[in-house]
Design a protein around this ligand. Structure first.
Ligand code: CA
Length: 240
């Protein structure tokens, strides 16, 4: 028999503590998802390679490798959304600072209901990602050649260089280049790039702007096309 896409989204749960994993698995099943539970990073990566997964719930502290490394490895080959499970507040800072492209995190201890709500929100966002990109059609009219936006491929090129962007960086930059010169405050950028801004990380806009700038600098060191407006927000330089 050939493989058929399961009608219900498969959620990969990567957690080495059985009690926590069982709670998550049960909650996901109750909510109509198909959970697949793995206890190590290696098993999780193997499972990802075997069948399509709609989302990964990823513990930071795993026995064989860190959840951060698992996430990096995953993102080399897929854009699967990731929700981290964290045990310490220091881990949250890392998620924000490391430019891992995580979609959300849940701090232990958490309620199963909270986790499944985040899972639904992230899945909704990732489903809406393509329509959102399509809303910003071929943007970038004014300075032709500087920005090239291919919404179908979720790809943006800057001065001829294709940028290697995480999902949220891509969505932020899409919003900025759709309206050069417009000053966006953080709430507006959150709303543009995160479907469920209430669940997003604090400081996350700043963190993503920072990583975006670094990538733009890499593409064209002499330019800084994003302007910071202290106390207000960010804009894209019109002539950039
Ligand atoms: Ca653990």
């Amino acid at each position: 028999m050939g493989y058929m896409m399961p009608p219900r989204p498969t959620i990969l749960v990567v957690e080495d503590e059985a009690a926590i994993a069982e709670t998550i698995v049960y909650a996901l099943q109750t909510e109509g998802f198909v959970p697949v539970w793995k206890t190590t990073g290696r098993d999780a990566l193997a499972a990802m390679a075997e069948h399509p997964v709609a989302l990964v719930v990823l513990d930071v502290g795993l026995p064989d490798m860190s959840g951060f490394d698992v996430c990096r490895e995953l993102q080399r080959t897929s854009r699967v959304p990731v929700i981290f499970l964290t045990a310490r507040s220091g881990e949250v800072d890392k998620i924000v600072g490391l430019e891992l492209g995580a979609d959300d995190y849940v701090a232990k201890p958490f309620s199963p209901r909270e986790l499944t709500a985040r899972v639904r929100a992230v899945l909704r966002r990732s489903r809406e990602e393509v329509p959102l990109a399509a809303v910003v059609p071929s943007v970038v009219a004014p300075p032709v050649g500087i920005w090239q936006h291919d919404p179908g491929r979720c790809r943006i090129s800057y001065r001829g260089r294709t940028l290697d962007l995480t999902r949220n960086e891509y969505r932020l930059l899409s919003a900025l280049i759709a309206s050069p010169g417009q000053v966006f405050n953080r709430d507006q950028l959150m709303t543009a790039a995160w479907e469920d801004p209430g669940a997003a990380l604090d400081r996350t806009v700043d963190a993503h702007i920072k990583t975006l700038r670094a990538k733009l600098r890499e593409a064209a060191p002499e330019n800084d096309p994003i302007t910071t407006h202290r106390g207000l927000g960010y804009s894209l330089r019109e002539e950039a």
